[in-house]
Design a protein around this ligand. Structure first.
Ligand SMILES: NC(=O)c1ccc[n+]([C@@H]2O[C@H](COP(=O)([O-])OP(=O)(O)OC[C@H]3O[C@@H](n4cnc5c(N)ncnc54)[C@H](OP(=O)(O)O)[C@@H]3O)[C@@H](O)[C@H]2O)c1
Length: 347
């Protein structure tokens, strides 16, 4: 780090996640001497809030960074993350492109921060549904182990794109005004006033969506336990922001709901909201704009003596993406893992 702080690139800075990453870097006072926003050629020259001017990606423009936060989709990450890393930056990537590579740590700040030590220039941020689930599962895993998870997600449209948010609002408006809706574009079917058992996409011949596979594979990688059995159904619902999940957790050893509640109340990044008599449980609209993962409806599964049921909610754009990326940058700084001098020397 130079005397004034790090040089930080934010790639995808005009998007939903990128905009929040810029905000969080400022809000959390990340020690940055300079923050440079990058986006597609469409946005080059655009002035963002706070006066930052968007740049385009080129061999010259990417030099001299210490840290690069990416949220510009898989193909941009595939092409440009290694180039940033070769030029000396540590890349923290939000796309799914690098997550399952053996030499790329997949890190949730409260769950497996030590995985950062093995980084080789690129660090992956998990999928949003996996992220919030593992934050809540980690304390239970440490206490009682996990044998099997049965997960049903209720995922917000901002997890798809800004365009999907506009489509939901446009369709809802059309239905309420008794007008025909335009042909769906973001999803295979109308999302307004509907629930689609199709979050993510089906590869040819696949009976699970890629979103469901991510939940299965990323959970095992983050908890470093390939023996955990995971059954996942990912559903898209007409919520703008905030993913909800019903999770059935079968532990290896006995764990009472009371002890689980105690563990969750003490867990970092978790807020327990669990008083069904008072209609108190986590809600997507309440989680929006917050960084914690909210857990409620903690109860014994009447069908299995070693299983609990949980309801887990978080803001998919914050803890599900931008917040965790910035927390990783903070951890790299705290652990002295950013060799900033190297980047400057390579310019
Ligand atoms: N949304 C979520 O809940 C969530 C959660 C976890 C991870 N993610 C991941 O985060 C990424 C971004 O998601 P988002 O919801 O923020 O998307 P978004 O709002 O559509 O933003 C996409 C961003 O990428 C930029 N971009 C597109 N093509 C580019 C290119 N060829 N070169 C450079 N920049 C390019 C866009 O720039 P322009 O404005 O110039 O087009 C924009 O800044 C995706 O990889 C997504 O999978 C999203």
């Amino acid at each position: 780090m130079s005397r004034d702080g790090y040089r930080v690139a934010v790639v995808g800075a005009t998007g939903q996640v990128g905009t929040l990453m810029l905000e969080l870097l400022r809000e959390r006072r990340f020690p940055a001497a300079e923050i440079v926003p990058f986006a597609s050629q469409r946005s080059v020259g655009r002035e963002l809030d706070g006066g930052l001017i968007v740049r385009g990606l080129s061999e010259e423009s990417i030099r001299g960074f210490d840290i690069a936060l990416f949220s510009a989709g898989g193909s941009t990450s595939a092409e440009w993350a290694p180039r940033f890393a070769d030029a000396g930056a540590i890349v923290i990537d939000n796309s799914s492109h690098w997550r399952m590579q053996d030499d790329v740590p997949l890190v949730v700040s409260e769950v497996n921060p030590d995985a950062l030590d093995a980084h080789r220039g690129i660090i992956a941020n998990p999928n949003c549904s996996t992220m919030q689930m593992v934050v809540a599962l980690k304390p239970l895993y440490d206490e009682a182990g996990i044998e099997r998870l049965v997960v049903s997600t209720y995922q917000a449209v901002s997890g798809t794109s800004r365009r999907a948010v506009e489509e939901l609002l446009g369709q809802a408006h059309a239905v309420l005004h008794e007008r025909d809706i335009e042909r769906p574009d973001a999803y295979a079917h109308q999302i307004a006033f509907n629930a689609l058992p199709h979050a993510g996409s089906f590869a040819p011949g696949e009976d699970h969506t890629d979103e469901e596979r991510k939940l299965i594979n990323e959970t095992r990688k983050i908890l470093a336990d390939p023996a955990i059995a995971v059954s996942a159904t990912c559903v898209r619902v007409p919520v703008v922001t905030g993913h909800s999940e019903a999770v059935n957790v079968q532990t290896r050893r006995e764990l009472s709901p009371e002890r689980a509640r105690e563990l969750l109340e003490a867990a970092p990044g978790v807020t327990v909201l669990d008083d069904p008599d008072a209609a108190l449980y986590p809600l997507a609209i309440d989680a929006t704009g917050k960084d914690d993962v909210f857990v409620g409806r903690i109860r014994r599964d009447p069908g299995h003596e070693r299983a609990l049921d949980l309801w887990i909610v978080a803001d998919n754009l914050r803890k599900g993406a931008a917040t965790n990326a910035v927390q990783i940058a903070e951890l790299l700084h705290e652990r002295g893992l950013v060799h900033a001098g190297d980047a400057a020397a390579r310019v």
